[in-house]
Design a protein around this ligand. Structure first.
Ligand code: CA
Length: 232
């Protein structure tokens, strides 16, 4: 379940947001100041933080600065009462994903929250995915084309998993090396190409003669076909 942390010191607004986000199906926690918010996030990691700018002790800018300093990329939707251009710019430059100026409608806030989540988490890594003739059972590390199980190495499966859980997104060789190899391994970028070549061979041809994994310029690789979660 997607978990949202609401940081807002005005109790009535805070409760309104918590109620509405809960109604939308999110699990929601709240905090009334910066420090408790950071503690709450550390104890129960949020998938998104709705962060009011003006807080009693530690303001939203400070919370955001600390998060980003810790390399925490949790998406942040900032709330500002002032609506001044400088606040908005400062928030965005500190790494906020979006902002809303008070007063705002709750519907608008929910729409923004969903838009940020769609952008930052294209697929919620459901266990079984389908794309074209393929079926990928992620927990079981099993890939099938039609009725045939593909004989993939764990590394090939991992590369495939990265690509199919972010369809349409290009991953550079460097990124794939970071995501699919152990941190202390130092394979050459060419290693990625070799694994992708093997993977393509095992996946087989697409109907129009295009590989399922396309090469994007000199940049990297991308899974182009639409991917859907299998509904049980
Ligand atoms: Ca406030």
């Amino acid at each position: 379940m997607t978990h949202i942390l609401v940081v807002e010191d005005e109790p009535s607004l805070c409760q309104l947001l918590v109620n509405n986000l809960t109604f939308e199906g999110f699990s929601v926690d709240s905090a009334g100041d910066g420090l408790p918010a950071l503690a709450e996030h550390a104890a129960h990691r949020a998938d998104l933080i709705v962060l009011d700018l003006m807080l009693p002790q530690m303001d939203g800018f400070e919370v955001l600065r600390i998060l980003r300093e810790r390399k925490d990329e949790v998406p942040v939707l900032m709330l500002t009462a002032r609506g001044q251009e400088t606040d908005r710019l400062q928030g965005l430059s500190l790494g906020a994903d979006d902002y809303l100026v008070k007063p705002f409608s709750v519907l608008e806030l929910i729409a923004r929250v969903k838009a940020i989540l769609r952008r930052t988490r294209p697929l919620d890594r459901p266990p079984v995915l389908r794309s074209g003739p393929f079926r990928f059972d992620l927990p079981r590390l099993e890939a099938r084309r039609a009725d045939k199980t593909l004989d993939l190495t764990p590394r090939e499966f991992r590369l495939l998993e990265i690509l199919i859980t972010h369809p349409g997104r290009t991953h550079s060789r460097k990124e794939l090396l970071q995501l699919a190899w152990e941190p202390d391994a130092r394979p050459a970028a060419r290693t990625v190409d070799v694994h992708i070549a093997n993977l393509r061979r095992k996946l087989g041809e697409e109907v129009h003669g295009q590989p399922w994994i396309t090469t994007v310029g000199g940049e990297g690789y991308r899974w182009v076909a639409p991917v859907e979660a299998e509904t049980v």
